[in-house]
Design a protein around this ligand. Structure first.
Ligand code: ADP
Ligand code: NA
Length: 344
């Protein structure tokens, strides 16, 4: 009953990295032929942390354009699909409030991302950081999106999104039937967590996720890194002394090797098994040289296109404005339905 529609978002919080690209943006591009896609720069999520984290107003605007440029440079087509920033479509915040009243404190208390981001000083975390997952549920369901491509770290938030949809559908079942004639207002959205790089790890520490906030610059490859920087970071990446195994099972207990092989596979649109069929028995020096060539070949054109696009902020702003108008045209009637169902 629900139209097959993809929604996903990326925060404008500086340093877009290889994990964001392989776990999310590259996947966004791949879904364009099969789905109607809505891709969002989630600036309202960015401000859930301290201004020192997202850099303040001027940096937020710059970073919003940069993520937009990354979407376009990676191959998202804003004419066929929708690209916009969250704060420009008020329905996200409006539905988030309704979901704040549907979600239970106990559900949000279990969210591991909140625990990680709030750290030891939970009393000082913003209420917005705690409620982040209800806004995320609203981002998705205000379009009745059926599929959400994300990295593995977002799996728990997607489960919560389904719980919220389910509870709303149940709590308001009679009203939904009266207003729409259907049994459910919201779909139970499917996460799309696919490919060999759903969780890219730090290049310095195989037990930590590659992240925007890691203080070590050598822990991640940024999408804006030049060829020399990419080469240096890969050459310095932590490994173990063994040569590469020839089968996937041989990667068990070798997180750094597993990570580099996964990165190679994702960049090559291949699989770990195929990469190991080619490089099994090779030393890391050989494999890293091949990975440098591949990473530079795939990432340098994206970086160059990002530079070209960010030089013309007027163009990016027009893309975002058009996208917001088209997003609103989908969200507004759905929000109107929600209001009727709730009794507003
Ligand atoms: P970050 O987690 O870097 O702060 P976002 O929260 O904006 O960035 O995440 C944007 C997308 O990138 C999400 O779908 C997230 O799951 C994905 N992502 C983030 N880090 C990684 C990673 N290390 N590996 C794979 N995907 C990731
Ligand atoms: Na994330």
């Amino acid at each position: 009953a629900f139209r097959e529609r993809v929604f996903s978002g990326v925060q404008p919080t500086g340093n877009l990295h290889l994990g964001n690209y392989l776990g999310a943006i590259k996947r966004f591009v791949a879904l364009q032929d099969t789905f109607e896609c809505i891709y969002c720069v989630v600036d309202m999520h960015a401000i859930t942390q301290a201004p020192s984290v997202w850099g303040g107003p001027a940096e937020l605007a710059r970073s919003t354009r940069e993520v937009t440029a990354a979407f376009l440079a990676a191959g998202i087509d804003p004419d066929r699909h929708i690209v916009f920033n969250q704060s420009q479509v008020g329905e996200h915040a409006e539905l988030a409030w309704v979901f704040n009243c549907v979600a239970r404190m106990g559900w949000l208390n279990r969210m591991t991302q909140f625990k990680e981001k709030a750290g030891k000083h939970r009393e000082n975390a913003s209420v917005g950081l705690f409620a982040y997952p209800t806004l995320m549920a609203a981002d998705i369901l205000v379009y009745k999106a059926t599929h959400v491509p994300v990295g593995e770290d977002q799996k728990q938030h997607l489960e919560l999104t389904r719980d919220i949809a389910q509870k709303f559908n149940t709590d308001f079942a009679d009203s939904i039937r009266r207003v729409t004639g259907a049994d459910a207002l919201f779909p139970l959205t499917e996460p799309v967590i696919q490919g060999p790089a759903t969780r890219v790890m730090s290049l310095r520490d195989g037990s930590k996720k590659m992240s925007k906030s890691d203080p070590s610059d050598y822990s991640r490859i940024n999408l804006t890194d030049d060829a020399d920087t990419i080469a240096q970071k890969i050459r310095k990446a932590k490994t173990d002394p063994e040569p590469l195994p020839s089968e996937e099972a041989g990667l068990d207990g070798r997180p750094e090797a597993d990570n580099l092989v996964g990165i190679y596979a994702a960049l090559a649109d291949s699989t770990r098994a195929d990469v190991l069929a080619e490089f099994g028995g090779a030393q890391f020096s050989t494999f890293k040289a091949a990975l440098v060539d591949l990473a530079v070949a795939k990432l340098a054109p994206i970086a160059a296109e990002m530079r070209r696009l960010t030089a013309d902020p007027g163009h990016i702003d027009r893309v975002l404005r058009t996208g917001a108008d088209r997003a609103r045209a989908i969200a507004a009637p759905i929000m109107a339905e929600v209001k009727q169902v709730v009794g507003f």
